[in-house]
Design a protein around this ligand. Structure first.
Ligand code: XMP
Length: 513
């Protein structure tokens, strides 16, 4: 069955996949295409709407990304966001310039006033906060356009030509900081493009299964299973797509949480798939001995993972494909787009240059975490697997700050278990998207019984987030923090101080390394 399609035309902005994800959230199929895609190809997709993304350029600069002006003659509605808005204005005869003074430049949360007769803002409050990030300014809007929103600094925060169904916004409706942003996108899709809402995650599942089958044919597939949500969902998808051609390999690198290796084995050995557990603790700890730099740790673990898989693949014989549960935030944070490298997630940027498989398949590469969970439910995975909090591929290696030893790992495992145990007992786990303990390499003086101690400081980290791109620290009740802290210093040797991390992401990240 074919679906109504919206095309997100990519001009290199930070949030392009987030726009696609918002469109999917509204029940509409969408594809992200590079801005250079020939118009004939775009036309052949028979889109019901275009969304032009933001981008780092200025439209008046030579060589900045442009569109074929004929795109505006197709009779298809357009929503331009930030650079996309300026590009539309520039192409249709408006004038875009660099903001003359600082007052016309806008970054961050901005109080914005809307014309609620405009299709985009219909049914929404006349005043709310939007997320701005632009240094350019529309000095003159093109003929046929009316002003549809303004801020204190900018008279044309949004423009609209209702007759041609062209809309432009200077702010970013796709980010959570814009109140009602999703509703604005929904208004564009349903109010301007005439969307019917004919797309679901079930459709995504079918499309993904089809594309895996086409790619794999009769080949054998190896899947890197960590027991986390992403790789479990990837395993379920592949199991449905290629069944007995699939072998799931779970590498126990000795950097798992308390009892986790056994739990993963128990959960997956029940499935009707080939499941192999490789116990490689000594090997990994040997490679990591003396290493303190976070990026080096990640690269070592990423490389060793691949080598272990290659060896397992050789045992199975003739394995062509390696599947990984990489999801979209892993891709951008590892800097494979134009964005800066924040961390090399071991399953993306940490890959060695040479990988001995014909191809790597990443069926979740364009999905965000909550979409992955939705897909997992669609595939019939049990709630306890789908709702697990995420656990990073490098495991506790990036939660023991500085040098990793088995001793430190054991200390951390026990403290982390107590944190999780108390959070679950208090029912607080349901309010947390991720929560864990970090063993710092700092020691401090304490007093226990009548004696002086000089032991480690343990940090507790708990965050609330939609997509792990941004996160807030969780407001855990003090009495729960108190119980956790008391138990940890009493039950875990070599910890005499517990602190709670109260930093948002950004500027911090969720993990400490
Ligand atoms: P950060 O620390 O980047 O974490 O804010 C965002 C989310 O990603 C997880 N994370 C990883 N997951 N391999 C993974 O599979 C990695 O190398 C990795 N590093 C961080 C982190 O636990 C959080 O959920």
């Amino acid at each position: 069955m074919s679906h109504q399609t919206v095309i997100v035309l990519d001009f290199g902005g930070q949030y392009n996949q987030l726009i696609a994800r918002r469109v999917r959230e509204c029940g509409v199929y969408c594809e992200v295409k590079p801005y250079k895609t020939p118009l004939a190809e775009l036309k052949a997709m028979d889109p019901i709407g275009f969304i032009f993304t933001g981008g780092p350029n200025s439209v008046y600069q030579e060589g900045s990304p442009k569109v074929d002006p004929a795109i505006f003659t197709l009779g298809v509605p357009v929503l331009g966001i930030c650079y996309g808005c300026q590009l539309m204005a520039h192409t249709l005869g408006g004038l875009v310039t660099a903001a003359q003074d600082d007052t016309a430049r806008e970054y961050g949360k901005t109080e914005t006033f809307f014309d609620t007769d405009c299709t985009l803002f219909r049914g929404l409050p006349a005043q709310s906060v939007t997320w701005m990030s632009h240094g350019d300014y529309m000095a003159k809007v093109p003929d046929g356009f009316a002003l549809a929103a303004h801020t204190a600094a900018c008279p044309n925060a949004a423009i609209a030509d209702e007759s041609r169904k062209f809309y432009g916004v200077q702010f970013h409706p796709e980010v959570n900081h814009t109140e009602n942003g999703l509703a604005m996108i929904r208004n564009f899709l349903y109010g301007a493009c005439g969307a019917a809402g004919d797309w679901t995650m079930g459709d995504y599942k079918q499309t993904a299964i089809r594309s895996v089958r086409e790619k794999v044919g009769e080949g054998k597939v190896l899947l890197a299973l960590s027991g986390g949500v992403d790789s479990s969902v990837a395993a379920a998808l592949l199991a449905e797509a290629v069944g007995s051609q699939l072998t799931c390999v779970f590498v126990d690198h000795g950097l798992m949480r308390l009892n986790e290796g056994d739990e993963v084995e128990a959960a997956f050995s029940k499935w009707d798939i080939n499941f192999v557990r490789v116990n490689a603790e000594e090997h990994f700890l040997g490679k990591l001995a003396g290493v303190t730099d976070p990026e080096t740790k990640r690269k070592i673990i990423g490389e060793e993972f691949i080598r272990v898989f290659e060896r397992e693949a050789k045992k199975i014989g003739q394995v062509d494909f390696l599947v990984q549960g990489t999801i979209y935030p892993d891709v951008i944070e590892s800097g494979l787009g134009d964005a800066a490298v924040i961390k090399s997630h071991h399953n993306v940027g940490g890959l060695p240059d040479y990988v001995d498989f014909k191809e790597i398949i990443e069926p979740l590469r364009l999905l965000f975490k909550d979409e992955v969970r939705q897909l997992g439910r669609e595939l019939g995975l049990p709630d306890y697997l789908v709702n697990r909090q995420p656990f990073p591929g490098p495991g506790l290696a990036i939660r023991v700050i500085g040098e990793i030893t088995r001793d430190k790992l054991d200390i951390l495992r026990l403290a982390d278990f107590i944190f999780r145990d108390e959070a679950v007992k208090a029912g607080e786990d349901k309010n947390l998207d991720q929560y864990f303990a970090v063993l710092t390499n700092m020691r401090s003086v304490g007093v226990m019984g009548d004696g002086r101690t000089y032991d480690y400081t343990l940090a507790l980290r708990a965050v609330v987030t939609d997509d792990f791109m941004t996160a807030a620290w969780a407001r855990i009740p003090y009495d729960l923090l108190d119980r956790i802290s008391t138990r940890i210093v009493n039950e875990v040797p070599k910890i005499n101080r517990v602190v709670y991390d109260i930093t948002t992401k950004p500027p911090a990240t969720v993990e400490w390394e």
